[in-house]
Design a protein around this ligand. Structure first.
Ligand SMILES: [Zn+2]
Length: 168
């Protein structure tokens, strides 16, 4: 199991510092709760608003073997646009208005199709606000990595992560 670890960080800081950015180390593995995480290199990820891809730190848990990847909590896994932009687009469409003019229609339609899946995930159709409240990644097309949970173990940092759903 490998997880995305969300953290409140500034993308421009990461851009400026590259691999020198001081990612804080979570005190436990969000997968198995093991007490050690070792640095495991970096991977490049793209985000809207930064010219180049950014280096995201990875951690490896020696107990369960998982490799976890850090991510700014402004950006859901799998999306280049930030959450606020995606939510604004979905909100507009949900309330019967047009696609937002300053964003491509194709990507907004992709977000909307994800939302159409997520809002019916538990049966009855739910609102965007309800999904946000539940910390569901409202635009994801994933049926297994759809919720963000908090790993509340750091004294001054709140890490959050997307756990996979357990099978029946
Ligand atoms: Zn682990």
């Amino acid at each position: 199991m490998s997880l995305i670890l969300y953290l409140s960080v500034d993308c421009s800081e990461i851009s400026r510092n590259g691999k020198g950015f001081g990612w804080p180390r979570p005190s436990r593995c969000p997968g198995c709760r093991g007490p050690r995480l070792w640095g495991h290199g970096y991977v490049l990820r793209f985000f809207d608003g930064t010219a180049d891809a950014l280096w995201m730190k990875r951690w490896r848990c020696p107990d369960c073997g998982a490799v976890h990847t850090m991510r700014p909590d402004t950006h859901w896994r799998g999306f280049w646009a930030d959450q606020a932009t995606i939510l604004a687009s979905l909100e507009s469409k949900e309330s019967g208005r047009r696609w937002l003019a300053h964003l491509g229609r194709e990507r907004q339609q992709y977000w909307w199709r994800g939302f159409a899946m997520q809002r019916q995930f538990e049966g009855a159709v739910r609102t965007l606000a309800a999904l946000v409240e539940q910390r569901v990644i409202a635009a994801t097309h994933s049926l297994t990595h759809r919720e963000i949970r908090t790993l509340g173990d750091a004294p001054h940092r709140i890490f959050a992560f997307t756990p996979p759903l357990r099978g029946p």
